[in-house]
Design a protein. Sequence first.
Length: 389
Amino acid sequence: MELVDAEVITTKPGRNYVLVRLETDVGLVGWGDATLNGREKAVETALRDHVLPELLGKDPRRIEDVWQSVFRHTYWRGGPVLNTALSGVDVALWDLKGKAAEMPVYDLLGGRTREYASVYEHCGGPDAETIVANCEAALDHGIEHLRVNPHGESEEYLDLDAVVNVVRRVREELGREPNLLLDVHGRATPVEAARLARRLEDVGLFFLEDPVRPENPDALETVRGSGTPLAVGELATDPWEQLPLVERELIDFVRADVVHVGGITAADKLAAVAELHHVRTAFHGPSDISPIGLAATVHLDLSLANFGVQELPEYARPSYDREELPLWNPEVHDVFSGGATLVDGTGGLDVPDEPGLGVTVDVERAREFEYESQPLPSPRNPDGSVADW
């Protein structure tokens, strides 16, 4: 078997997605996700002009060999653009391998360790009352992991007193049972994050997400002194960035994104090392990865012994009324069908027992949705200086 066609398709059913389509000489087609939010065209160009032409004639069953070739033969390795391109190729190869073997990808990864992957829902809002209402709606659908971020302007995001007060009020209203999560989005200094983690110890967070930026991993030592579990890695773009955090046991959950960290191949290796250090997974799953990327992530979730929790994107959310949050965009489902779906009453995602990833792409419909530039937020501090998003 060999690859005879390789194509990148950029589409916008509600938001921009970069898709990789690989076809073999026996007619099998594999799909991958190479979406990098806000930098989609950079990845598209890397794939079209550099990566995909070099795949033609290769044996798609040799996933590890292809991964090593794409990663190492660039000489200038890694980075968000190249590793997202690599991730798209890798996911498409796993989809192809599953179809060739007539097995779902999770079986190729060792088989199921669980019947579904528990999710966490975004229940944030402008005040405690709205957040509690959102949490109760999620709980009614069996979702027991709830992200309770107070929403505000960028300069208000780290009003530590306000954040602590809101999260405590939510805990008081909901009781001790639900698992509460809080995302700092890398905006705190190490001292601010450490103070926040200590002040929320009595709340019993399931985890504090991305408390500091990833550029200096030693900063997590300052935060680690509290009893609040830490989830880090949303901005990691290769597994080596996460490795020292795992080996030094500075974190409790790996937050890497399968679509950015090097695909299923890289994320699976990272999870294996994490298991040896009692670190669980909480893979990134925003709405800016496509249903292909979500399906790939859930296949991996289902196969891992150290799975922790999976982020739920908006388009996979059940259609219940919510306050202050956008509902999923139905245009996504004009292009993608199958893949990961929420199992009612379980609070978890599952994938179909079909060969490969179990996602179908309507190619013609995808081509009808043309790319539109969507600049990323560019917040400023009150004094006009640049702030982290």
